[in-house]
Design a binder for this molecule. Sequence first.
Ligand SMILES: Cc1cc2nc3c(=O)[nH]c(=O)nc-3n(C[C@H](O)[C@H](O)[C@H](O)COP(=O)(O)OP(=O)(O)OC[C@H]3O[C@@H](n4cnc5c(N)ncnc54)[C@H](O)[C@@H]3O)c2cc1C
Length: 456
Amino acid sequence: MTDQQIYSVLGVGFGPANLSLAVTLEELGWTGRSRFVERAGDFQWQDEQLIAGADIQNNPFRDLTMPRDTGSRYTFVNYLASQGRLTDYLHLNAKFPLRREYAGYLRWVADAFRGSVDYGESATRLSVVDSPAGEVFRLETGSGREYLGEKVVIGTGRSPRIPAVFQRSLGPSVFHATRYLSSMRRLNGRDLKVAVVGGSQSAIEIVLDLLNRPDVGQVVSVQRGIGFRLKDTSPYSRRVFLPEFIDYFYPLPSEAKQRIRAELRSINYAACDQDVIDRLASVQHEYELMGSDRLRMLTFSEVAEVTPHAGGAVNRLTVRDVNHGTLSAYDADVVILATGFRDFGLGPDDEHYHPLLEGVADRLALNDYGLPAVARDYSVPVRQSYGPRPLRLYLNGLCEASHGMGDAGALAVLSARSTDIVESLMLEPDVVPERDGGLPADGLVAGERLRDEALR
Ligand SMILES: Cc1cc2nc3c(=O)[nH]c(=O)nc-3n(C[C@H](O)[C@H](O)[C@H](O)COP(=O)(O)OP(=O)(O)OC[C@H]3O[C@@H](n4cnc5c(N)ncnc54)[C@H](O)[C@@H]3O)c2cc1C
């Protein structure tokens, strides 16, 4: 079914990134028609890991809108007040809100935009097609719907990272952390042995959660490093979440960007907050006092092979010590991959671009490395022959390589980034050639060529 109207803005995904965009479009007075498609049946925020007791890592004042407009009706503070919980929250004096509380805030804001979102629609293909008005984007979804739009904002988050060794075993008993709660609900069994792979915040939260489950007999944490490491929470390092850092980072040469990202890796990756590390260390100590091996730590270790064992009832993990090279075997009923998300880049595990860009890849401006050339306003220039207005494509939350660590999905940058995108969307449109009106040699319309030049 094709929705015949041509939207000015089509948003793909309605997580925090495009939710913040919807708020910003409204608050900056956008008058065009916008539509969002979201794969989930209703609004959710990482609900597969909505683990009891987990808190967020972000100052809640830095919410979807407050850094831009303290008077916005969509602030976290207004949410608390609207629920009659502001005083309770302030009284609690918590450093960060519970994830459950922040998810409630995001849902409360999302409810105000219900009329602009089609839930249960998974975008499967983006392309450029002819329409009576000229070239426009066409977005297709799994249910067979089609949407037309002049501007597309991709806010889907990144793809889960599944290390090659686990690819063939994926299923009900081997799954990524993004399927944690629903997969655990489907398991039947007692005295389950569960392996958790990875050293991230998600990994430690899952280990703690598993230890609270009566059906889990043993948890083994497998990680390449020495054990759960502390996140870099220095206010100096956390400058990466400031808009001025993005201005500093964006024009740097690619080698400098890679070096800075490697130096600051423990802000976001393979590192955990102090509170969960303290909690796990104390739980582990208690097990040791009791002579229990309910929690095992396989550190400096990586999974070299996964094979079905005991007639397929369990997964046999061959685990290699990364320093000595020695091998050992561990049988796990369940294997949970807290292995993070795929980057965009040229690394062996990286995606060159988001899979949805496949259908327009031959129209995108590329940088010297053959990757989509993302401009400072998060747009990627698109070649277009003619159309009602220039086609514009924006990446909302997928630009860590070009814009820095703050763009690795962090909540802290949402409001600033959506402001940048909406301000860019609201710029006067450039003139696009009429059909057969002659196409510039590079096929880019004027504004796009300017952005393209800025990248060289
Ligand atoms: C468990 C967990 C906890 C986190 N906690 C924090 C935190 O405390 N602080 C922080 O700063 N960051 C945190 N993060 C990082 C996280 O990336 C951000 O909080 C935030 O979710 C990013 O928002 P997003 O909209 O870019 O991506 P997402 O939240 O991933 O939202 C993307 C949305 O797009 C939808 N979608 C995907 N593909 C399609 C498609 N093809 N068609 C239609 N819809 C699609 C998805 O269903 C989803 O709803 C956390 C991440 C995880 C996994």
